[in-house]
Write a protein that binds this ligand. Structure first.
Ligand code: 4NP
Length: 160
């Protein structure tokens, strides 16, 4: 990993469940490794429904059980300018990826990737949307994101 700052944006649909969880999980990991100054982390949604809102209360409750605090996060929508600001834009599912490709400006620096297929090890390509399901969906989101964010950090540290 170079000594400069790596900027990572995690993206889902609403920016109230999956992508803020990814941001918070990754922040916890880099803090544990003493690498906070080397990363700028953010999250956004492809949809506008929840702009300005805190993460879903079920998302916050599940995260808090793992000592991950998310109450300071606020939803925003992904914009074309994000492709100039971030080094990595990591989508939670294929629909988010397609929506991001639709706003991707030509010549922008960000690497646009599907988080799980590039960095996860649990056999999932996508983070399933937990919004309309039961509590087990929020646990699965956390399990998948803890695994993939560890893989992402390892890949960045080893320069892949
Ligand atoms: P997220 O979950 O994309 O993980 O934040 C959702 C949140 C809200 C909705 C769908 C998914 N919604 O339809 O309002």
């Amino acid at each position: 990993m170079s000594s400069s700052v790596t900027r990572i944006l995690f993206v889902c649909l609403g920016n109230i469940c999956r992508s803020p969880t990814a941001e918070a999980v990754m922040r916890q990991l880099v803090e544990m490794e003493g690498l906070s100054k080397r990363f700028e982390l953010d999250s956004a949604g492809t949809a506008a429904y929840h702009i300005g809102k805190q993460p879903d209360r079920r998302t916050q409750a599940a995260a808090r059980e793992r000592d991950i605090e998310m109450s300071t996060l606020k939803a925003r929508q992904a914009i074309a300018e994000d492709f100039h600001q971030f080094d990595y834009i990591l989508a939670m599912d294929k629909e988010n990826l397609a929506n991001l490709k639709a706003i991707q400006p030509e010549g922008a620096k960000a690497r646009l990737q599907l988080l799980l297929s590039d960095y996860g090890t649990m056999g999932y390509q996508e983070v399933p949307d937990p919004y309309y399901g039961g509590p087990e969906g929020f646990e699965l989101v956390l399990d998948l994101l803890e695994d993939a964010c560890a893989g992402l950090l390892q890949a960045l540290k080893t320069g892949k």
